[in-house]
Design a protein. Structure first.
Ligand code: RP5
Length: 161
């Protein structure tokens, strides 16, 4: 793996158990990422500095996860031209608060909002890979292999481990 090309940012340490699934999935596909805890509300100045430096550092996609009043992905998208994928945390109201905060972006500043929780984190990584695969044949191959493996999974139901 080389320099990180996907930035993963979250509003709190408490979001990491969910967002780590994004980093693990990226790693499986051979994609290097950088993860940061930078809240839009609690650390706005440090967040601004990190986001505005991403393009010059060679990043291509940002995954932003947050819960409750989940402003983080929208704030990130407002400060970078890179595609921003939002992951709502399960948080207080089963994630309904987070997803509604995140998905209702005003026209002009898009955030690609994914499912609540782990599924959203994994899919944010896979969507990042699909974006990167447009210009990186190695990532395209990794993603094809991942999908083929998934399609070839056992058809026999297994008891949980
Ligand atoms: C949001 O508030 C964070 O993204 C987190 O999901 C939520 C709660 O944060 P903590 O109180 O656990 O730090 O900003």
């Amino acid at each position: 793996m080389t320099n990180p090309v996907v930035g993963i940012v979250m509003g709190s340490q408490s979001d990491w158990p969910t967002l780590k699934h994004a980093q693990e999935t990226l790693k499986t596909l051979g994609i290097a990422s950088e993860a940061k805890v930078l809240s839009a509300h609690r650390q706005p100045v440090a967040l601004e500095k990190w986001v505005t430096g991403l393009e010059a550092r060679g990043f291509k996609v940002v995954i932003a996860g947050a819960g409750m009043a989940a402003a983080l992905p929208g704030v990130v998208a407002a400060r970078t031209r890179l595609p921003v994928l939002g992951v709502p945390m399960e948080s207080k109201l089963d994630g309904l608060d987070s997803i509604l905060s995140m998905v209702q972006m005003p026209a002009g500043i898009p955030v690609g909002t994914l499912a609540v929780g782990r599924a959203g984190a994994v899919n944010a990584a896979l969507l990042s890979a699909a974006i990167l695969a447009l210009s990186d044949p190695k990532i395209a191959t990794s993603l094809n292999e991942f999908r083929a493996k998934q399609s070839n999974a056992s058809e026999t139901p297994q008891d949980p481990a």
